[in-house]
Design a protein around this ligand. Sequence first.
Ligand SMILES: Nc1ncnc2c1ncn2[C@@H]1O[C@H](COP(=O)(O)OP(=O)(O)O)[C@@H](O)[C@H]1O
Ligand SMILES: [Mg+2]
Length: 333
Amino acid sequence: MSLTDGHGPKKRIPGLSPPTVDTLGPVSDGFGDIGAVSAGLAAAGYLADQAIATSVYLARALDKPVLVEGPAGTGKTELAKSVAAMTGARLIRLQCYEGLDESRALYEWDYRKQLLRIQAGQVGQAGAGGGAGGGQDAADQGWDAVEDDLFSERFLLPRPLLEAIRAPDPVVLLVDEVDRLEVETEALLLEVLSDYQISIPELGTITATRIPLVFLTSNNTRELSEALKRRCLYLPLDYPDIERERAIVVAKVPGITERLADQVARVVRSLRALDLRKPPSVSETLDWARTLVLLSIDQVDVERACTTLPLLLKHRGDLAKATKSLSASGVDR
Ligand SMILES: Nc1ncnc2c1ncn2[C@@H]1O[C@H](COP(=O)(O)OP(=O)(O)O)[C@@H](O)[C@H]1O
Ligand SMILES: [Mg+2]
C-alpha cells in the first residue's frame, strides 16, 4: 500500500496501461498461458471452457477485472473461488445487496475508538493543565494533535474493497451479485476497478502496490452501467454443454459412474430445452446426481427421473411440463 495526498498528483501504478496482445508475455503463478490456466482451474476442481480460461488469463495479463454474467448456478462465484485456490491467493468477498453503502464496501471510521481517544485526551489534558489556566493556545494545539490522530490509519476499519487494495499478500477480490446494487451505488466501485485506488478525504489516496485479481458477478437481473462495463473484461456464462456438464458431475460427485453422469447431463440438457420458468442450473444437476448416487440408482428411467425431479425443478408448472415431456419421450440409456 502507498499513501499519497488526496489533492496531489496521483501515483502511477506500474503495469496499469494494458499491453497489446502481442506484447503479452508469459505470466507467473499458474498463468503461463491459457492452457496452463485451464489445467490450474481443473486441478482446483473447476472445469473451464476456452472462453472462461481466456478471460482468466487476460484478467492477469491485462490487470483488468472480469465481469461474469449469467443465470444463477452456472459457476460464476465458483470461478472466483477456484482462481483463488489455484493461485494460493486469499479470497476477499464483497456480497452485494440493495442498500449496501460505502461504510460496508470501502471503509468506515471506528467511532467508538475515536471517542475513547478523545476522552483519553481530555483526561490527559486535565491532568497536565490541572486547571491552572494553561491558555487557549495550548488547548487548540492539543485538539489539532487529537484531530490528526483521530483520522489516521489506527482508527480506520477497512471493508472488503479497501482490504483488497491494501493487502500485502496476493488476493482475489470477488464482488458478488453486483446487479443487486442500486445503479448509484455502482459508482463506489469505479475508482477501485479502474485505478486500483481508494480516496479517503481525511487521509489521502490509498493505492494498490499489488494489483488484485477482481471478479464481479451478475445474475443479469438488471442492466449494469456502461461505466462499470467499460472497466471490465466481459465473460458471459451459460449452462455448460453436455460434455462439460458430464465432466463436472464426475469431478464433483464421488462414487458416480461415467454412464450415470452422462445420463444425468443428457436429461438435464433436455429439460433446459423445455420452456421452463426456471431451468435447472449446474448446482441442481449436482444435487440430483448426488441424490441418485445416495439412492443407489445407477441408471435413470422415466419413473425414477420423475420421482426425483423436485431436486432439479422448483416450480409446480415446471414439474408438470417436465413430467409430461419425460413420459412422452422417455430417458436415453
Ligand atoms: N465449470 C464448473 N466446474 C466445476 N463446478 C462447477 C462449474 N460450474 C458450476 N459448478 C458448480 O455449480 C455450483 C454452483 O456454482 P456457483 O458458482 O455457486 O453459481 P453462480 O453462478 O450462481 O454463482 C457450485 O457448487 C459449483 O461447484
Ligand atoms: Mg453466485
